[in-house]
Design a binder for this molecule. Structure first.
Ligand SMILES: *Cc1c(COP(=O)(O)O)cnc(C)c1O
Length: 833
């Protein structure tokens, strides 16, 4: 067992202070204070990244009971280890290196085969499929999701337990020098090199260099598996030490490959046949998926399993049971104000821990419910396993458990002790028979089941009532955009994010929750109600309300929402309200040229004395102005005049108040175009949602929202007939195929898209709108789109159909299209994290 006392020697660090119990084992590695579930036995490793510094969280974690710390910045225990009397600190030169050494030492304790997987694509799928194929014979420890980075790999390897008989870990890199470090952590005995694509090219001079770098994972393996047809991979494999056995397969009859594959069509076009020659014998396998990447991924697995000597008939049986790998966690809106976290990705303990962590981070009020099947492949005796499940459920505050399966049902006692409301079902059918929408209300529900339990049916039961149109919000894209803007900020500039108008249509609680998790400084909404809703859903960040009505001042107080004050009338009303008790601080809006809301420069003579007079009861938190033409170069000199006026006015304000206030002026395009004017804070809006309004770096942001609908019906329209109200779909001289879509102007699909102005994407092709957009429906011409079926998905906007383009077609701006998506359209939030 690793104990704290081992750490200095193991990491090359210095012991600054021994903890009360230096011989206590290190049971958990914690890198992110937000993921702390259990303090006892936790070693916090303080890492530094471009957007955060783990050292900042040492005091908070100490308060929460963590006692073991590994740091690489001595000054963080400012002056006083005495502040942390019970804690142990080891100071290392580099925390990440130390983390990797700890994991490497842990890995070295296990004398079992370990498969290392790298390559440009397919790592996670090959890992998951290999685990599916080998699980009847082995107890497997594998990387959760795609934990394949410098940080993810050590955490994955840390999960190895004595009962495991096999490890499968993936490793991914983006720069030179990284793979050797991962190789020391994984210490693979077998390797799979999937392929070499163009991803992450930036860090390398050539493909050959990239191949050689990745190949370093395999310098110490006994056997390397790869596809001989990838010539750069083959060339790099030739450079490995002679001791390494090379086991390759080929589809091009390369005579030096051990396995020869010929692919042909099967009886079912979705299931091709692979004729495989190995050791003088020919086997024919039916592959479960037909697309090229899946074929390659499956063949990597076939090669390794043949090498292991699995009989061909058994291999075929297992291949046909392979399941597609869902790469992401989806959060779906469901019946009765419930949200479903759909995670059927894997169901081992590490995966459960991650998913429960995601559940716990949902700040929504209401119950946290877990629907869980028997856990497979844990490597633990059942009693111990369900003891740990019970402990996880307790740590993550699960309030209701619906457990499915005979094994989990045998451990009712353990689970009932951890979760007050626990119900047990013999199998999925029993759960579905019991299922009724009325059993659920205002809950966040994690659905997590082993594949053979078929929990898709459970998710479908929750969603039965959902309208055919959904807005998919990609939370990873949102974080990408957030980080893009953050990287442009000076270190001391704070970030306010605008979540007004339902977070520009994206769903305010979910977006606000994510922003709180990513520690932005402020949120802003337009109206008091929006702020109240955020508080009701557990958001605790400071919130500015831009246009609070006087009758909502009591709510401002109750929910601690900070108003923007822009006129004497509002100020006097607020001062009046303040007489009946303290009110939240205010944000002063200064009008420098927008001519919308705010105090003019000439107003200051009257305003400043008033503020001075009430300095005791009214705190000014910030001063802001808004640029009228931040997105357009032609207004540059006007913008500069606005900024200068703002600085002048703010200086007078600060002089009168006798203290500094937070000053902020820039919106999203402003952040791009006036980096010198960031001042103390910026206000990010549309950019977060994926639209780069300044037009300077259009490819930098990821589209966050995809609006999709479905084809309700297909019709053949004979030549000469019209479509829809007012017979506006012009008659044509040939027969046409028309698809009716389940979206109309009441869903937010603008009527100006009528009659060919708009188009949607079906089966990868554009289909123009025909006739007028109706209230709940519209029609598109799919004559040119082959194979359209009823029930097909149509993309209304998203990556393939950018908002900028659509907005231009109807003479509006992307803001309007985004915010128009009606609240009756269900939001689905997706994330791979
Ligand atoms: C909406 C808004 C913003 C954000 O503008 P974007 O162009 O969406 O970045 C900033 N400041 C104020 C006052 C706003 O109303």
């Amino acid at each position: 067992m690793l104990t704290f006392s081992h750490l200095p020697a193991l990491t090359g660090g210095t012991l600054l202070q021994a903890p009360a119990d230096a011989a206590a084992p290190v049971l958990h590695l914690l890198l992110d204070s937000r993921r702390m579930a259990q303090a006892a036995g936790t070693l916090f490793v303080a890492l530094r990244g471009p957007h955060h510094d783990g050292h900042q969280y040492v005091p908070e974690l100490y308060q929460r009971g963590v006692r073991l710390f590994l740091i690489d910045k001595a000054e963080i225990v400012p002056g006083a280890l005495a502040n942390y009397p019970e804690a142990g600190f080891v100071l290392v030169p580099d925390s990440l290196v130390a983390l990797q050494r700890i994991a490497a030492e842990h890995r070295a304790r296990f004398d079992i085969p370990v498969v290392g997987i790298t390559g440009s694509n397919g790592k996670t799928i090959v890992k998951e499929w290999l685990a599916q194929l080998l699980s009847p014979d082995e107890l497997i420890c594998r990387s959760p999701r795609s934990y394949n980075s410098q940080v993810g790999v050590p955490l994955s390897v840390w999960e190895l337990r004595p009962a495991h008989t096999l490890g499968i870990f993936e490793a991914g890199i983006s720069e030179r020098g990284e793979m050797a470090r991962l190789a020391r952590v994984v210490q693979p005995t077998l390797g799979i090199f999937t392929n070499l694509g163009s991803a992450h090219d930036a860090g390398f001079n050539s493909h050959a260099e990239k191949a050689a770098e990745k190949m370093q994972l395999f310098a110490g393996v006994d056997t390397l598996f790869y596809c001989r047809d990838h010539t750069e991979v083959h060339a790099a494999a030739e450079q490995l030490p002679a001791r390494v056995q090379r086991f390759s397969w080929s589809r091009r009859s390369a005579t030096d490959a051990q396995v020869q594959v010929q692919l042909g069509p099967g009886a079912d076009p979705q299931q091709p046949l692979a004729q495989v020659q190995y050791l003088g014998q020919t086997h024919t396998f039916t592959l479960p998926f037909a697309d090229e990447p899946s074929v390659e991924n499956a063949l990597h697995c076939v090669a390794l399993l043949l090498w292991r000597g699995l009989p061909a008939a058994e291999l075929q049986r297992r291949l046909l049971r392979l399941q597609p790998v869902a790469m992401r966690l989806e959060m779906k809106q469901a019946i009765h104000d419930c949200y479903i976290l759909d995670d059927t990705y894997n169901n081992d303990l590490a995966g459960l821990d991650l998913a429960l962590d995601a559940l716990r981070r949902q700040p929504r009020r209401g119950r946290r419910t877990l629907i869980l099947s028997d856990l497979l492949e844990s490597g633990l005796p059942a009693a111990e396993l369900y003891q740990q499940v019970a402990q996880l459920a307790r740590q993550h505050n699960v309030q209701r458990l619906l457990a499915v399966g005979s094994e989990i049902s045998q451990h009712q006692g353990l689970l009932q002790a951890a979760v007050a409301d626990a119900q047990f079902f013999a199998d999925t059918d029993a759960l579905l028979n019991w299922f009724h929408p009325d059993h659920f209300r205002h809950e966040t529900i994690l659905v997590k089941g082993a594949r053979r339990f078929g929990f898709e049916q459970v998710v479908a039961a929750f969603q039965r009532k959902i309208h055919g149109t959904v807005l998919e919000v990609n939370l990873d894209a949102l974080v990408h955009n957030l980080n893009y803007y953050r990287a442009r900020l000076q270190p001391n500039t704070r970030l306010m994010v605008m979540v007004k108008a339902f977070a520009y249509g994206s769903g305010s609680y979910e977006v606000a929750n994510l922003l709180e998790f990513h520690r932005v400084d402020y949120l802003a909404v337009a109206y008091t109600d929006e702020g109240v809703q955020l508080r009701e859903h557990g958001i605790s960040l400071p919130i500015m309300v831009m246009n609070p009505s006087p009758d909502s001042f009591a709510l401002l107080r109750q929910y601690h929402l900070e108003p923007e004050i822009y006129s004497f009338a509002r100020l006097r009303e607020y001062l009046m309200a303040a007489q009946s008790g303290p009110l939240p601080p205010i944000h002063l809006k200064l009008d420098t040229g927008m001519r919308r809301l705010g105090f003019d420069e000439a107003d200051l003579d009257e305003l400043l004395p008033l503020l001075q007079q009430h300095a005791g009861t009214l705190r000014v938190a910030s001063a802001l102005t808004h640029l009228a033409g931040a997105d357009e170069e032609q207004h540059n000199s006007f913008s500069h005049r606005q900024l200068a006026a703002f600085q002048r006015m703010a200086a007078r304000l600060e002089a009168a108040l006798g203290h500094a206030v937070i000053k902020h002026a820039l919106n999203s395009p402003g952040i791009m175009r006036f980096p010198e004017a960031q001042l103390d804070m910026v206000r990010l809006g549309i950019g977060l949602y994926g639209v780069e309004a300044a037009g300077l770096d259009p490819a930098a942001l990821r589209a966050v929202s995809t609006l999709r609908t479905t084809v309700s019906q297909l019709k053949t329209l004979p030549a000469g007939e019209t479509v829809g109200y007012g017979r506006r779909g012009e008659a044509a001289d040939h027969n046409r195929r028309i698809a009716t879509l389940a979206i109309g102007y009441a869903d937010g699909y603008d009527r100006r898209f009528s009659r060919g102005v708009g188009a949607v994407i079906i089966r990868g092709q554009r289909a123009p709108i025909i006739g007028n957009v109706c209230m709940d429906m519209c029609m598109v011409d799919v004559t040119e789109v082959p194979d359209v079926q009823e029930g097909d998905t149509a993309v209304v906007f998203g990556d393939e159909l950018p908002l900028n383009e659509l907005a231009a077609r109807i003479g509006t701006i992307p803001y309007e299209l985004l915010t128009n998506v009606s609240e009756r359209v269900k939001r689905v939030f997706i994330s791979e994290q």
